[in-house]
Write a protein that binds this ligand. Structure first.
Ligand SMILES: [Zn+2]
Length: 158
């Protein structure tokens, strides 16, 4: 049996924060604002996985009012969610995703992001797609005020 899920996230870009996307620290003059490390890609993937299992969403599972999650590494949250997948008897078939950012260029970082994600989710590079898009300078993302991510995941009963 297969289950599919969709995830979306957006975080505001501000000065004085590290830019962490896909578990990687990216060199940039701004970072994403959030209670956790604000890893927009991992958050979208987590919501896709939770959606596939029809579980509570990321904000319900890891409330931003809980000091326990302050500046937490989102890879730890992804590990927690992958354990829920395994507990329910599922494995990940594949993930497709977009990072939508006007700047910086994401492409050089994508292979390392895949290394991190594949290790956590027990899949290979062939099973993860991370695409980098811009907003053609339009809207908040295009004006360098925010970064967005989308993810779709397919799970299989193992
Ligand atoms: Zn988020």
């Amino acid at each position: 049996m297969y289950r599919i899920g969709i995830g979306y996230d957006i975080h505001q870009l501000i000065e004085g924060r590290d830019l962490i996307i896909g578990g990687i620290k990216i060199t940039h003059e701004k970072g994403l604002l959030g209670h956790s490390d604000a890893d927009v890609l991992i958050h979208a993937m987590i919501d896709a996985i939770l959606g596939a299992l029809a579980l509570d969403d990321i904000g319900t599972l890891f409330p931003d009012t809980d000091p326990k999650y302050k500046n937490i590494d989102s890879t730890a949250l992804l590990k927690h969610v992958f354990n829920l997948v395994k507990e329910k008897g599922y494995s990940v078939v594949n993930i497709d995703s977009n990072i939508i950012a006007q700047a910086p260029k994401m492409m050089p970082y994508i292979p390392k992001m895949k290394d991190i994600l594949c290790k956590i989710l027990e899949i290979s590079h062939d099973d993860v797609s991370i695409k980098a898009k811009t907003k053609e300078k339009m809207d908040a993302v295009g004006q360098n005020l925010a970064i967005e991510a989308n993810a779709v995941v397919l799970l299989q009963k193992s």
